[in-house]
Structures are given as C-alpha cells and as structure tokens.
Design a protein around this ligand. Structure first.
Ligand code: NAD
Length: 486
C-alpha cells in the first residue's frame, strides 16, 4: 500500500477479486519532481497466466448476463468514478505529470462516461434481420472471451477505460496491463469496480513492464481479443506475439498529424488551434505537431503562434494556472531533447524554446517551435511526443494536401479554412482516421476512432467497438423443416 496525494493505493495486482503480490517490484517516479512515489509489484508470466485463468473462469457467468444486468453494474462503476473524481485526478497528475485542471474538468468525467456510454449502447445493440430466398438471417453480437488491454502512460485511465467499457459491456472479461510509467489509477479502478459489484475475475489488473508482464499476455493462448494503445515498434512486437493464436487485434498507435492552415481562414481560430497542441506537453497521440501554413499569412500566423506560446505558463501541473507540465520520464525527456538537438544541428531554427526549461529544471521541456527543418528530416517525419511543433509553408491547396499526407502515419488531420467548398475538397483528400475542420479534439463516443497507415489497425467507438469486442454471428433460419418425424 502506498499513499500518493493523500490517497491510499494498493498497488498489488488485482486478479480474480484478490490482491496478489509479486516478489519483484519496479519503482514509480513522478514527472513533477522525479520523486519516488513507491514500488509497484512487477508481474510476469505467472501473474499473466493467473489473470487469464481467472478471467476465463468467470467468463461464462458474465457473458450469460443480459446487457441490462451488466449495464447496471457498469453504471455503478461510473458512479464510483464520479465519486472519486478528485482522488483519481490528483493521483493521475502526480503519476504522469498531466494537468490537474484537465483531469478535473474533462478527463475524469469522460472516464466515467466510457462506462455509461457503452453500457447504454450494448442494450440497444441490434442488427435488423435480413431475408434471402425466404430465409431469415439473424445477426447477433456474442461476447468474444477474455480481452487483453495494454495501454500507454499519456492518458492512462482514459485510454484504458475506453476499451474496458465496451469490452465489459459486450460480455467479455478483461485483463489490463497498465503502463509502468503511470500505473496507479488502474489500481484505484480495481477498487472502484469491486465496490460497484463487478464479480471477481471479470476485471483483472497485472502491473509490470511491457517485456515482463505485457509480453506473456500478448502471446497467451487464453485470450480472444487484444486491444493495444501505444507506439508503432511495440505494436510490431505484439502483432508477432499474438499471431500464432490468431487473436484479433485493435491497434491505436502513434501519429504525426498536420494542422493545415489556409490563407482564407479565421486567423484567431488557427492560432488558438496551433497553441492547443501544447496540451499535455505535446504528449498526445493525435496532436497536430506539424503546422502547415499557406504563404501569404505565414508570417503573421507564425508571429502570433510564437507570441501566444511564449505566454504559456509552465510548471507544476497541480497548479490550476499551469498550461504545460513536465515530460513523463527522464528517458522520454532525453528522447525529446535528442530530436530537437539533431533538428537544430541539421539547420532548423528555434523560433521559441529549443531546449529544457532551465529555470524549472527536472523534466520540464520548454514549449518549442521550429522552422526551416530540412524536408524529410526526422523532426518532420518521426513522432516526438513532446511540446515541439514545426512550421512549414505551402503555396497552394495541392501542395498543402501533399505535405499533410506526406507521412506514414494517419491518425488525425486538422484543417482551418473559411471556404466550405475547400473544406469538402481537402477533407476528402486527407489520409487520416479523423479529420477536423475548423475544430480539434471533438468526438462523440459513437464515432469511429483509429488510424490509417502506421497509426493503427481497426476502429473503436460505438458499433465499431462492438464489432471488435464481439463475435458477430449470422444465424440463418429456413422457412421449412419445422415438422418433426412422425
Ligand atoms: P509503448 O509502446 O512503449 O508502451 C505501451 C504499452 O505497451 C505499455 O503498457 C508497455 O508496458 C507495453 N509494452 C511494451 N512492450 C511490450 C511488449 N513487448 N509486449 C506487450 N506490451 C508491451 O508506448 P508508450 O511510450 O507507453 O506510449 C506512447 C505511444 O502511444 C505513442 O506512440 C503514442 O502516439 C501512442 N498513443 C496512441 C494513442 C491512440 O489512441 N492512437 C493514444 C495514446 C498514445
């Protein structure tokens, strides 16, 4: 048991409705001040096996409940999240360094919604019968089995629950492997789910590193679905591990998304959207880190973005006034620093920032805007995942679209224009799972979310989640043959 921000957290694994310890531990370090928050139980193959066995044992009971029965419990989980919103917000902020004000106002309410929305959705899930040559075809959504869910550190509870919600609502049981750089809120979720009456074994948490606790889960023959959110290289390793068992995968991976700013746009809006990209210190998968601006307004746009970004308040993410916090870990800090140093050596100019925030020290990296990067260089092509934006200019619509699409990723793209016809033309040509027109980060949970190219496999959200977390079955009834012998 450790205490973080006044909240007691049992960081042992949660398996089959019991807390399970491991002999080995791993340290949990806070990005805010690199304080050691505690030692977390480090799971491995034995814990993964035990969790899958518990989830398999409970599966028939959970799958056998009606959607309404499951929904009633999941809504109580949502209520429990609402009741503990402040605890969850404070612990998440301490653990991964993201802004407390964002957790209080946006993230934690959404965490609860991940349970309510999918509980409601499962109850209405129905496909109209089809008819062929007088035969009736009934399409049903059956629970698939044990779902393994592996998540990253940048929005740990939000990203986990938006998979756990539909997986459980569909009647699956779940084994979650939280990120080792931000493991704490998963442990609190186990308490909340238990108190809400979720039967033992329906939701399990195995803590540990990717290589030790994650890998055995991904190659486990007892899992029926694997939902992974994280980086492209890890996804490749996981796909290979899951392949022998032919386990369906949902991959939500990285991005290098563009913000395409046309000269006919509302410039105030374009500047707002550009500065918004420093949210969560740029550690956002769908962040539009490539600013592409049309010549003609490039100078004014750039000057205004730099001025606004310079005014961002960087500091302790627990302070309501803070706009930009710290990077998640020393390792990640070095990685981000390396990208910027190499870009500067390669000829890019820092219009803002360009290095660590020396005033604050620690893991605080200054909001950085780079111009003049060499086309094709890594700063323009690789995911930095930090508070680092690049600016490039384009001449006309064709060139803008080409530059926006010049990436192996395809998670999101944002365009800003005052011309509705241009918006239609350009949005149709952008290769991305989500295209935002004159807005950013708005999405109903019923809409599909996922990436094209190297940004992922599959879509989640609404019916797309249930297509993945269920075995969709077609039963064909003949109009004849109802007479029995004799
Ligand atoms: P990561 O790939 O290093 O780790 C993600 C998770 O995978 C962690 O829990 C880790 O322990 C686990 N893992 C690592 N190796 C493993 C293995 N061999 N087997 C099983 N599990 C393993 O990613 P990260 O650094 O934690 O997160 C940042 C990445 O996540 C970025 O690329 C970001 O774009 C991406 N991301 C994507 C989305 C999305 O929805 N598309 C959302 C958030 C983050």
């Amino acid at each position: 048991m450790i205490e973080v921000e006044g909240v007691k957290i049992d960081t042992r694994h949660w398996i089959g409705g019991e807390r399970v310890p491991s002999v080995r531990k791993f340290p949990d370090i806070s990005p805010i001040d690199e304080a050691h928050l505690g030692d977390i139980d480090a799971g491995g193959a034995a814990e993964a096996d035990r969790a899958v066995a518990a989830a398999r044992a409970t599966f028939p009971e959970w799958a056998g409940k009606t959607a309404a029965e499951r929904g009633a419990i999941l809504r109580r989980v949502a209520d429990g999240i609402d009741e503990r919103r402040e605890d969850l917000a404070r612990v998440e902020t301490r653990d991964n360094g993201s802004l407390l004000r964002s957790h209080r106002r946006g993230v934690m309410p959404r965490v609860a919604m991940n349970f309510r929305f999918f509980a409601d959705y499962a109850e209405t899930l129905a496909h109209p019968d089809l008819e062929v040559r007088g035969h009736r075809e009934r399409i049903t959504y059956d629970p698939a089995g044990v779902t393994a869910i592996i998540t990253p550190w940048n929005a740990p509870l939000m990203l986990a629950t938006w998979r756990i919600g539909p997986a459980l609502a569909a009647g699956n049981t779940v084994v979650l492997k939280p990120p080792e750089w931000a493991p704490l809120t998963a442990s609190l979720l186990a308490d909340i789910a238990h108190e809400a009456g979720l039967p033992a074994g329906v939701f399990n948490v195995v803590q540990g590193t990717g290589a030790e606790a994650g890998a055995p889960l991904t190659r486990h023959p007892g899992i029926s679905r694997l939902s992974f959110t994280g980086s492209v290289p890890t996804a490749g390793v996981i796909a290979a591990a899951a392949a022998p068992n032919i386990v369906p995968l949902s991959f939500e991976l990285g991005g290098k998304s563009p913000l395409l700013v046309f000269a006919d746009c509302d410039l105030d809006l374009a500047v707002d959207l550009a500065v918004e990209q420093f949210d969560n210190a740029g550690q956002v998968c769908l962040g539009a880190c490539r600013l592409l601006v049309q010549e003609g307004i490039a100078e004014e746009f750039t000057a205004r973005v730099v001025e606004r970004a310079r005014a961002l308040v960087q500091g302790d993410p627990r302070d309501e006034k803070t706009d930009v916090g710290a990077l998640v870990s020393r390792q990640h800090f070095e990685r981000v620093s390396g990208f910027v140093e190499r870009a500067l050596t390669g000829g890019a100019k820092a219009l803002l920032g360009g290095g660590p925030n020396t005033g604050l020290g620690g893991l605080y990296y200054s909001p950085t805007i780079l111009a003049g990067a060499e086309p094709g260089s890594e700063i323009l092509t690789e995911e930095v995942f930090g508070p680092v934006l690049t600016i490039q200019t384009f001449k006309d619509e064709d060139q803008g679209v080409r530059m926006a699409n010049d990436t192996r990723f395809g998670l999101a793209a944002t365009l800003v224009t005052g011309d509705p016809e241009r918006a239609e033309r350009v949005s149709a040509r952008l290769n991305a799972g989500t295209v935002w027109v004159n807005c950013f980060f708005v999405r109903d949970l019923g809409a599909p979310f996922g990436g094209s190219g190297k940004s992922g496999i599959g879509r989640e959200g609404g019916t797309y989640s249930f297509d993945f977390y269920c075995d969709v079955k077609n039963t064909v009834f003949s109009p004849d043959g109802w007479r029995s012998h004799g």
